[in-house]
Write a protein that binds this ligand. Sequence first.
Ligand code: SAH
Length: 461
Amino acid sequence: MAKQTAPVKKNETITLEFEDLTHEGSGVGKIDGYPLFVPYGLPGEKAQVKVVKVNKNFGFGKLLEVDKPSEARVEPPCNVYYQCGGCQLQHMSYDMQLEMKQNQVKNVMRKIAHLDHVPVHSTIGMEDPWRYRNKVQIPVGEKDGALITGFYQQRSHRIIEDMETCVIQDEVNDRMVEAVRRIADRLGIKSYDEKADRGVLRHIMVRTGRETNDTMIVIITRTEKLPHKDQLIKELTETYPHVKSIMHNVNKERTNVILGRKTNLIWGEEYIYDSIGDIRFAISAKSFYQVNPPQTKKLYEKALEYAAIEHTDTVVDAYCGIGTISLFLAQKAKKVYGVEVVPEAISDAKMNAKLNGITNAEFVVGEAEKVMPWWKAQGLNPDVIVVDPPRKGCEVDFLEAMIAMEPKRIVYVSCNPSTLARDLRILEDGGYETKEVQPVDMFPQTNHIECVTRLEKKVSN
Ligand code: SAH
């Protein structure tokens, strides 16, 4: 057999026309049928591209210059967009982002779930797709003896030095990161040095409730002790009255995981509050809470619409976090059972039920794939099941238990279309029919997309 060779060579500069987009948002152009993936390229554009990697069946390029820009190309407002990599779509008009995300969902529905006929609706977008994030976790480093904060450069652990602000972040959080850094620097607190595994300050995490403006600051250090703790607390709380909670987290491990096991309250309350619609939530440092409040409201409204709960219904909310979806369901259902693996999140969920006077919700700590079969064995047969798993999707044991429970309806909330499509295939084979998929843009400017899917039990003859 003749050995196939790629029609391009590494380091060569070529003229390329982009025809399509990958699900990561890179442009795709072909040379004699050989596809090249080029970050920041847009369909319809002709560009000068440097070939940076050549594989057998495809290659990668770097965009050098666009000869004919697409009408969808816009100027990214972030000054470090091309270094950071936290956002991938700032160069693309927002309309195109929404369309790209819808197409991505359609593709996986066809290729992975083999459900070509299922309607995938237009992505629900934001009116103002900037400054939406309510939580930031940022590394701390040092330059010329002074503390610096900034995200890592793409595929590296080098902090971007001239990051002025993060344009998808709530301005309050941006300001608080800056305040902690400035005060810590003046007090002479050293940053953590990853290479030498020495020093103190590793990360600063800030979360602010959009409705309440309550702020929680989590200071993550390598050391057990936080030097100048009292002075740091004094200056932060005197200057910023919206700070309601300051936590100190200790992470001694040489790891990419940001939070260590130990979190101590050093000032104020253990949680901050926020509300979505008419429900109020207490949120602690380690609990998951959706990062985009206005879109979360739209996401949950869609999930509730699809769940179509009747007052006689028993409902399971799996992967329930702090009980956000569960409590909305509980307002309509007879009884709701929530399951979640993080113990802190379940204690938040219980408190949130009390806080809102909700008495028909029960919460259990555990892995959904273990608790569901156990619930099934106990004779729990819910009418409706809502699931909202992490990116890796659901375990087969979980899906099988769900099918065995024979709910009339399943609502699947997912932050990863590929695992959603994989799981839908299993549910279809288990007797459920996928009726519709609604993409919701929870993460504008990035290539992430959230979906709500409605499944109904197939009527057996
Ligand atoms: N529905 C919630 C949380 C969704 S995020 C909300 O909208 O806020 C997914 C949640 O699943 C996280 O809280 C995570 O801690 C939890 N989780 C991850 N793996 C799990 C597992 N195996 N079993 C149960 N919960 C899990």
